[in-house]
Design a protein around this ligand. Sequence first.
Ligand SMILES: [Zn+2]
Length: 283
Amino acid sequence: MSTVAWATPPEELPSPVVDNHCHLDFPYRGAVERTAAQILDEAATVGVTRAVQIGCDIDSARWTAEAIQADGRLVGGVALHPNEAPIHAAGEHPTGLDYHEALAEISRLARLPRMRVIGETGLDYHHTGPEGRDAQVRSFRDHIALAKELGLVLQIHDRDAHADVLDVLEKDGAPALTVFHCFSGDEAMARVCVDRGYYLSFAGNVTFKNAGALREALAVTPLERVLVETDAPFLTPHPQRGRVNSPSQVATTMRAIAEALGVDLEKACDAISRTSEALYGPW
Ligand SMILES: [Zn+2]
């Protein structure tokens, strides 16, 4: 069996930044395994010095709770992913936990030290069909309430569900700090999010050749509302698409962000670092 290669580290950034959303525990089929420490060591060589590790199912959330204690470069986030909640709700989850038991475990883990995020939560109409929508909406609302209760940042997963995600946030009242992880809307939606005070986190897909609409959305977003992430191991930026993504690739996405915003790269890195600290606190 041929081995899938990891993306190689890009040129070093002029100033350090944080990867706002990654999954260091997800196995990537066909790739040589790397530990979180190895991945973060490599990222540090190009100026990506810290990361937010997101655990979005029960096993991954438990892994995250341990990883953020073990490595000072990480803080964590936990949630039931919008594609996980309906499986729990249907009583079909391999852990055997029903929805309420699973949410209680997320709520317990979210209170541990160094947990700074509730996420990713939201709506995904791409992978889950209409039969799962009620469970997704209920889970999204429960996670919004949990983020408010604990004073944590909400990270949103929105796949083909822009209008409904905005609607739920408006009806329930978004947490004070709300981030659209892997923002995928157009310019009009970016304007709505900015008006409402949300933050927009851009991933490697902003570098794709066919992502003109996403770059237009980015261009109307004030620098102080922009974040950068990998969503590793997914969404490897151009020109290394097809390889395994890791936090070092933030360096490539940062260059695309600075270019779309028409600002100096070092200035963009500094601004995003400040915003990341303002959201998640120091670490
Ligand atoms: Zn993710």
